[in-house]
Structures are given as C-alpha cells and as structure tokens.
Design a protein around this ligand. Structure first.
Ligand code: RB5
Length: 160
C-alpha cells in the first residue's frame, strides 16, 4: 500500500534463477533491505514450487514485506505464489509491467525470468517494483481497491 514501510524482502529461486537471485539479494542488502534468502542454494536442478511457496508464505505471514522470485521465465513462480491467499504475484520481465502491477494491482511478490532478461534489467525492474506505490490509496485510484476486493472474493470462493 502507499506509504507502506518496506524493510524485509524474501527472495527465492530455482536452479535457473539461482545466479540472478544471488546478485539481486546482494544489491538489496546494499540498498539497506533485510533479505531473507529462502533458497535454492546452488545450480543443481530443483523444483520451482518448493521455493515459490516459501517466499509466498513469508509474505502472507508478514515475515517479509515483499517477495522476489526468479526462475527461467517467472511464470512458474507466479503460478505457485498466487495460490497462497493474500499473495498477489506478477511475472514482470520489463519495467512497464512492474510499474503498473504496483500502481493498479498492489503486487507484493515480483517474479522474473533469468532466461529472458539481463541482470542489469532485472535490477531495474526490481527497483521499479520497490519504488512504485499502490494507487488505490489515493482518491483517483479508488477503483483499484474495489477491483482487488473482487480478486479476494474469488480467492475466498475457492478457499472453502
Ligand atoms: C526450469 O527449467 C524452468 O522450467 C523453470 O525455471 C521455470 O521457468 C518455470 O516456470
């Protein structure tokens, strides 16, 4: 939400995103964030759902303010993270998506594809994700709050 204090960021990846995740974690630490690295810990082949769920649960439980997940495309990580109630994840492999999924969708987990973007671009996308406020807290963006309530209604319908 706008004005929210983002201090703790959970990061995770599979083997395809391992290197990029490490680079981004280092940059986040340099920027002053507290980073929770939920793995994976090497380039050995592993399964992206195992790491997506850890990061998504950390965000849901409030252990982390935001999450960042990296796999080959960003797609698998987003699919899994969005199954955890309260998580709004989006795969953003360019900056426009990162900006507008913050402004309109109040995305709290960013996913990216290490096989699709250069590491410098990934860092740029991450900065947009962190620096862009949700517009729904402002009068002109109130419609976005109503839309997110509808998203939550769908989640509740299938959580029974
Ligand atoms: C791993 O080869 C790849 O499938 C995975 O990183 C990811 O892109 C899935 O969405």
């Amino acid at each position: 939400m706008a004005g929210e204090n983002v201090e703790v960021i959970a990061v995770g990846s599979d083997h395809a995103g391992y290197r990029l995740k490490g680079m981004l974690a280092g940059e986040l630490s340099e920027m002053g964030y507290r980073v929770l690295d939920m793995g994976t810990g090497s380039e050995e082949s592993c399964d992206y759902p195992d790491f997506a769920v850890k990061v998504a649960e950390a965000v849901r439980e409030g252990e982390a303010d935001r999450g960042v997940l990296v796999c080959g495309t960003g797609a698998g990580m987003a699919m899994v993270a969005n199954k955890v109630p309260g998580v709004r994840a989006a795969a953003c492999n360019e900056r426009y998506s990162a900006e507008f999924t913050r402004l309109h969708n109040d995305v709290n987990v960013l996913t990216m594809g290490a096989r699709m973007i250069e590491s410098e671009e990934a860092l740029g996308i991450l900065k947009v994700f962190l620096d862009t406020p949700f517009e729904g807290d402002r009068e002109e963006g109130a419609r976005h709050l109503g839309r997110l309530e509808k998203v939550s209604n769908v989640e509740r319908k299938y959580s029974k």
